[in-house]
Write a protein that binds this ligand. Structure first.
Ligand code: EPU
Length: 421
């Protein structure tokens, strides 16, 4: 298994360019199955989750090509198999979007239950409820989901989500794009990648209104045509580099970002003492590494993202005073990395949904293990801050979602290298 070796203690400086958003890409690529024609998708991150998804799409019969770096072309006009490869589907979370795409376009799907980062129980009952409300007969076992039209056929409907779910909002939007009638999703998630998916589908001819609010309306159309679309920059990748600079100190221009998407993160880093300067599509961060305590509660967008919980925890572990970090989306997410941070000298006390983080003078290099994507990114930041050498093991989790992380940090002056076992 590959690992990273990090020699900490160097402030970061220079410019880093953010890649296309992982969680937008993993929705938009399967949604291309809705389109009878060729979708040219730009700003696609080269990460392992995307590579698996492209293998799945090719496996079901789509023609997939990568004409240049960051660009993927998908042609789903030929015959498509509605039972994607089970082994590949189980390797990632977002493969569940194949259910919505295949149901919407072909009226049926047989898809294994997804895998992916396993930091909490991650039910899909709201996806299933959405498909049923759209008129599907659903067989949902502990191994797969099977979808076909009920005797009344597929038809748009009003669907109120019981929890704000990114995945369920996206899956229903994808399926409903080609299902006759109007679908209204109430209590919808508002994340930037939901707006990005709607913009992609509308570019291909869908009629989706209100994405980015808690009510999304979809008027089903008969068919989608091909077109070109560029994915938005990754909010969480950008937030990870901003948190790294805040914690290590330094002066970095983070470019190819949408500053509005970053406000929930940058306002916290400012409160902690970092200086943030927003430009049109970049953000400069300056930090002397001496941070102040703060309070963070994760929430769906526009709140502070759960996917930045672990990275901000590293900042807190070096910040003067008692910080409080409350997780309200995935209660068990602390367990993916807090023990590892404690082994590096962090003082973190977990009580249910809340961690109290008491800032320490120094973190110390150690051998630590990434247990999921964001936990792994946080351990990299901790290694960059720590005195001495840190080995982060199991970096395949990190490489699911961060393009060229080692090169990007090296470009900022960090001492980090990838080692193969
Ligand atoms: N939930 C249910 N039932 C459902 C769906 C969700 O109870 O049917 C609950 C979950 O247990 C959780 C909450 O609703 O407590 C929110 O889950 P959501 O469905 O929004 O999460 P997701 O769609 O599975 C996406 C991202 C995650 C990110 C969450 C929250 C993708 C592929 N994944 O997951 O990203 O943490 O939204 O923002 O978009 C990551 O990038 O590292 C990552 C884990």
């Amino acid at each position: 298994m590959a690992k990273y070796e990090i020699h900490g203690g160097t402030p970061l400086s220079g410019t880093v360019t953010i890649s296309g958003a992982k969680n937008a890409a993993v929705a938009i690529l399967p949604a291309a199955l809705l389109v009878k024609g060729t979708c040219r998708i730009e700003n696609v991150p080269d990460i392992s989750d995307v590579r698996i998804l492209l293998d799945i799409l090719e496996g079901v019969g789509a023609k997939v090509s990568r004409p240049e770096p960051g660009v993927v072309e998908i042609d789903s006009s030929g015959p498509i198999n509605t039972s994607p490869d089970e082994h590949l589907v189980k390797q990632m979370r977002a493969s569940y979007y194949l259910m919505g795409a295949l149901l919407g376009r072909f009226g049926k799907a047989h898809v294994a239950l997804p895998g992916g980062c396993n930091f909490a129980s991650r039910p899909i009952d709201q996806h299933i409820k959405g498909f049923e409300m759209l008129g599907a007969d659903v067989i949902y076992t502990d191994a797969y989901v099977d979808l076909k039209p009920s005797e009344f056929g597929l038809q748009g409907n009003r669907i109120n989500l019981d929890v704000v779910s990114v995945g369920a909002t996206i899956n229903i939007m994808i399926a409903a794009s080609l299902i006759p009638g109007q679908t209204i999703i109430g209590n919808a998630a508002k994340e930037p990648h939901i707006v990005d998916l709607a913009n992609f589908l509308n570019t291909m001819g869908a009629r989706i209104y209100g994405a980015g609010t808690d009510t999304v309306k979809i008027r089903g159309v008969n068919a989608l045509k091909g077109g070109t679309y560029a994915i938005i920059p990754d909010q969480i990748e950008a937030g990870t580099y901003l948190a790294a600079v805040a914690a290590t100190g330094g002066n970095v221009l983070v470019q190819n970002v949408i500053p509005k998407h970053m406000e929930c993160i940058t306002t916290k880093l400012q409160e902690m003492g970092a200086r943030i300067i927003n430009y049109d599509d970049s953000i400069r961060i300056q930090s002397n590494g001496h941070l102040r305590y703060t309070t963070v509660k994760t929430r769906p967008y526009p709140g502070f993202p759960t996917d930045m919980q672990a990275q901000i925890c590293v900042c807190m572990s070096r910040a003067a005073g008692f910080s409080r970090l409350t997780e309200s989306v995935y209660e068990t997410r602390f367990f993916g990395y807090c023990t590892e941070l404690q082994s590096m000298g962090a003082n973190i006390q977990i009580n249910g949904k809340t961690a109290t983080v008491i800032g320490v003078e120094k973190l110390y290099g150690a051998t630590v293990e990434a247990h999921d994507l964001r936990a792994g990114a946080a351990l990299v930041i901790a290694g960059l801050v720590a005195e001495g050498t840190t080995i982060v093991e199991n970096v395949h989790f990190i490489e699911r979602g961060y393009e060229n992380l080692v090169d990007k940090f090296t470009g900022l002056g960090a001492s980090i290298r990838r080692l193969e076992d």
